[in-house]
Design a protein around this ligand. Sequence first.
Ligand SMILES: Cc1ncc(COP(=O)(O)O)c(C=O)c1O
Length: 406
Amino acid sequence: MTLNPRFEPSPRTKDIRYAIRDVVVVANKLKKAGHNILHLNIGDPNAYDFDTPEHIKEGAIKGITEGHNGYAPSEGIRVLGEAISTKEQKDGRDIWTDDVLVTAGVTEGLQMLFANLEGKRALIPAPVYPPYTTYAKFYGAVPVEYPGVEELDWQPDIDFIRRTLEKDTKKEIAALCIINPNNPTGAFYPEKTVRELMAIAGEYGLMVISDEIYDLMLYDRDVVKPATHGKDADVPLIILNGISKVYFAPGWRIGYMAFRDNGGLKEFRESILRQARARLCPNFPCQYGYLAALQGPNTFLKEGIDRLRKRRDYSVKRINEMDGLSTRVPEGAFYMFPKIGDGTGDDYGFVMDILHNCHVLFVHGSGFSAEYGKGHFRMVFLPDPDTLKEAFDRIEDYLKKRSRRT
Ligand SMILES: Cc1ncc(COP(=O)(O)O)c(C=O)c1O
């Protein structure tokens, strides 16, 4: 059939890719052919043996039964804004209820932010959660990657950031994005690093976009966030967070954006609120679920983290015992970003090889950054211990056989 040129999709959609879900298409074909695929690819705790805690579910159910089924206010329900403000103030940030915009997850927040950065550049960590690059490009912003240094457990390359800003004589770089703890590397930036990033943003007049979606998911350390006092206070700060990861409810699509600024972001913020009104509102009843989550108790989290820590330690050990694979120890979130050989090879080829021969699904590293993710793959250590063991046994056997053949 000849294509009607009037129905051609717009060129700006051509580059939309989501590596994490793209590989699933291939895996589903193998599944249909009868193979038992082990999924170590998706950052959704609920796809494994983690469930939304009962008190959080009850909050959302109450939202429905108490009749919150119409359109909600565009900025989110007031009681949730208050609870978010309380949480942020506990973390030492001057966030008030009016500074909060409830969104359909952090991802909607990213779309709104990048829509306001058209024609500007934004420093983003690399490798990175793909929507940062996708939406920046989609909305005509330019993502400028700053690498994590693998040898330093994927800490951000501060000198690289400084050099990049030095070269930005036209002052096109408007934002510095920080994701801490990080997806896909599992890196955790300690206080010194966070302070240094804030100081750089202050020095060069940037806004900081701080993605804290994994803020309580830490194994060996305590949470560290850009504050709103001391030197950090002059830096316009946009905080992103939500219910997806820490509270095990990613399908509810609830998150928020919170603004802390001294007036410099006024117009930027108003523009985002206009966008928020145009998209009507975030999910109404699930906001009551997030409210219940923020009110606590949080005991389920300690239990979840203890389980995840064991799975992380086991996964690190198994990966590092295999010839040709190595990994750093992730300190947060539930991802690892192992290196294949010397880290320069074809990561997509490796992931497909493992998928076809071991029926274990990872995501290729170049899906998180063509330059800084190549030669690596991302895996989640969310699966139960038996599944992890089965996956690593299959891969170990296969790699041994493969190396005997060559
Ligand atoms: C760094 C990061 N930010 C945001 C998200 C998505 O958050 P949400 O479900 O709130 O859109 C993810 C999901 O994997 C992520 O890794």
